[in-house]
Design a binder for this molecule. Sequence first.
Ligand code: XLS
Ligand code: CA
Ligand code: CA
Length: 443
Amino acid sequence: MTYFKNINKITFEGPSSNNPLAYKYYNPEETINGKRMEDFMRFAVSYWHTFTGEGTDPFGQATMVRPYNKLSGLDLAKARVEASFEFFEKLDVPYFCFHDYDIAPETDNLSETFKNLDAIVAMIKDYMKTSKTKLLWNTANMFSHPRWLHGAATAPNADVFAYAAAKVKKGLEVGKELGSENYVFWGGREGYETLLNTNMKLELDNLARFFHMAKDYANEIGFDAQFLIEPKPKEPTKHQYDFDVATGMAFLQQYGLQDVFKFNIEANHATLAGHTFEHELHVARINGMLGSVDANQGDPLLGWDTDEFPTDLYSTTLAMYEIIKNDGLGTGGLNFDAKVRRGSFDPEDLFHAHIAGMDAFAIGTKVAQRLLEDRVLEDFIADRYSSFTSGIGLDIVEGKANFHSLEKHALGLGEITNKSGRQEFLKATLNKYILEAYATVLK
Ligand code: XLS
Ligand code: CA
Ligand code: CA
């Protein structure tokens, strides 16, 4: 059966194309940083928003028109698999991601849930034999069902902890079966609402115990995927334990897990934490912990996780600047953890949304690559810190200075002269590069 009937394979037609169902800037064959764009960007479709999401919000019912809407249970799950592989092929996308709960129905009986999962995983494996689309990461949904209302690995109830362990154990087996390149741990409800009823120390100790057990089991079964923590500051709990990259790093170091994990950084989670997307990417990068990216964007007027498709070229440019400086994402990729708006309910909107996101990142990549080639920010920053390359500055950096030598230096100084940070000039330069990229691309 064909699910997306009026849509042909999406191809690169270039910026002058007026075909809405074509890539204008994303050319999988073009070279970025010595790699084909497809291999460098490693775009992924997220199963939950694209195939499982129904368009509900706290005030309204489902709006999405989908060809499999009338089905339920395992029939629905199977139809979604068929539709998803048709979608991957038509979009020509190299990766996808899912939660266990997205692909197969959960019941109140764990063995039954596992059986459902086995049936769908077998079907996906079959499809993957003839598809180019691979699994970027899988994860376990431990936040939707009421059993997780107080958390999973940080729940105050040991039975819930055990249930969570069983789910992740299965998730690691599924990841291995499907050749997943990463395994994601997003905090879900791992956080708290009020200290009046919370033993934070025990909850954090338990979370670390859980992660160690997960790694032990992955090693035991020979599943060598990169483990990723996905920080988020709030929502669903008021205080999420994996607030941001810096908080996550402190936790990993405290519990001896720093070599086990890298970070999966989501744009909308960064802004919820009061950071920019590029701040989170930068903190992870300079610490060698940038693993993968959930590519989306929030809405500055709304204070929650809106998971919009990324179209802001400043954001994609500055994100790709970090990613190119990181020499790509290794086993990670750019996963569209993004959903079409409630009002964009046609199946065709799923294509428009992904095309918009992929083109926005392709433009960002081109601009970032030029900025780096011309060493626009690099040279400016090097000059700004040049006082640390000789004299007393070099002594500081090389560990040769102490408070005696620094006092002596300071006493010999006249008035100190500072240099301008030239922020407005640099922003104008960024504008120039974005506009020039268009001009070159368009000519
Ligand atoms: C929710 C998260 C979630 C993770 C995977 O806000 O983004 O979807 O990416 O569990
Ligand atoms: Ca995410
Ligand atoms: Ca999100």
